[in-house]
Ligand binder design. Structure first.
Ligand code: 4NP
Length: 165
């Protein structure tokens, strides 16, 4: 399974690690659990900035997520250099996240860096927009896009498991 590694490690990243990436973590973990892959896939999240480090997810994001049955339990932390070797896949939410991740990646970093919307099949968006300064619709939009992307991401991770044996 996953080459020499026992587990496939996925890190979701957004700007503050209090809205989009904690939600991605919860939505993907549920998809992994439902697929019976929880022993094979490790999921975490982090932020480009450490401004909210130590805080739980944004209460607005928590509320919208809980209405769909997701519990956001992550505590915000910034991305660190070791993440680029600890994780197989680092998934950013928008183009700026991707630029910042590439800039932070050490020369020997082996993590693949991808954008969340690359895995969408129902929505045709190219970013998961930052909901922080907007209203309720923005938080719902985040969850719609994440649920779509997580389905695609699960298929991608399952294929990695088959091809890297
Ligand atoms: P997130 O949302 O990147 O989805 O966690 C944001 C949270 C906080 C800030 C910006 C975006 N902020 O500027 O503090």
């Amino acid at each position: 399974m996953f080459g020499k590694r026992a587990k496939y490690n996925v890190l979701f990243v957004c700007l503050g690690n209090i809205c989009r990436s904690p939600s991605a973590e919860a939505v993907f973990r549920e998809a992994v659990d439902k697929a019976g892959m929880s022993g094979k896939v490790e999921v975490d999240s982090a932020g480009i900035i450490g401004y909210h480090a130590g805080e739980g997810a944004d209460p607005r994001m928590k509320r919208h997520a809980s209405q769909r049955g997701y519990r956001l339990t992550s505590i915000s932390r910034p991305v660190i250099a070791e993440d680029f070797n600890r994780f197989d896949l680092i998934v950013g939410m928008d183009d700026r996240n991707i630029r910042d991740l590439r800039r932070k990646a050490p020369a020997d970093g082996r993590a693949e860096i991808r954008k969340m919307t690359d895995f969408c099949t129902r929505f045709d968006e190219t970013e998961v927009p930052d909901p922080y300064y907007g209203g309720a619709a923005g938080f719902e939009r985040v969850l719609d896009l994440l649920e779509d992307a997580c389905d695609g991401l699960l298929r991608y991770v399952s294929r990695q498991a088959e091809t890297e044996r």
